[in-house]
Design a protein around this ligand. Sequence first.
Ligand SMILES: C[S@@+](CC[C@H](N)C(=O)[O-])C[C@H]1O[C@@H](n2cnc3c(N)ncnc32)[C@H](O)[C@@H]1O
Length: 298
Amino acid sequence: MTVGERLHGAAAELKRRGVPEAQANAEILLARVLGVGRNEVFLRRGRELSPRESAAFSRLIRRRLRRIPMAHILGVQAFLDFELAAGPQALIPRPETEELAAAAMDALRQRREEPLRLWDLGTGTGCLAVALARFFPKASVLATDKSPAALGLARRNARANGVGARVHLRRDDFFAPRRGPRAWADLAVSNPPYIPSGSMPRLMPEVLREPRLALDGGKTGLDALAAVIERAAEALRPAGVAALEFGRGQARRVSALLLRRGFERVRILKDAQGLQRIALAAKSGANPARCRPLRVAR
Ligand SMILES: C[S@@+](CC[C@H](N)C(=O)[O-])C[C@H]1O[C@@H](n2cnc3c(N)ncnc32)[C@H](O)[C@@H]1O
């Protein structure tokens, strides 16, 4: 069978079985098998697939039909301008988290060359920690997570992206009674689990293959956010910035939690879809200009 015929058949099968973005998925998986870019698949549509290529493509399509996420099948996920290894150990980084990273970078842009101390709480793949370490060349980033598997993936990603020496990975629980040093961090960034437990069964099949620890935010969805805000309030220096991602409809309650923990100048930013998804706030003493987001959709 030719590349074009196989592509057509696979895309139709994915679509018939309700897999989202069936055509794009089939193209990307076939490109992987052929070892070419996605655009080149179309250019080769007349060429015959070898039996080995055909079998490899069938294996990938069968995995996608089982609703295994594309990032797990491919083993990689792009984040901003770099790539991360992805897998079932940690949440697949999402586009709105790229916006959180951009907002955090903008908040401290004027201090870019300083030896900043940054904390990524719940690092997962390490996407935020790696992005921040790449953007702030003299910064030291503490990246913590409760999941040892996630920490292993984050370590691999930090090394692969050339920031392994400045991203310090440590196991830590948002809810641990132990308290670390106070007032040491210039930035606390976090995308904690924030989905209300009752909404978990309604998630897409692909999302349900991701770690529950990364998603489930307890009854109201705010358990981890509240704990992270408490930890950030202790860890941040005066003028330090908290940058947090949260779920739909949680903006008002997240703002209230921040104000209650002594944060000022709480700013709620919208994601590319116009939804309120990011909070920026400053510990007292912060210069408001430092909290001005530049690249986030309003
Ligand atoms: C929504 S994921 C975010 C991962 C990554 N920062 C990102 O943005 O893609 C939340 C992360 O918090 C971690 N986590 C969940 N509960 C935790 C807890 N109690 N203490 C520490 N980390 C926790 C999960 O393992 C997961 O890696």
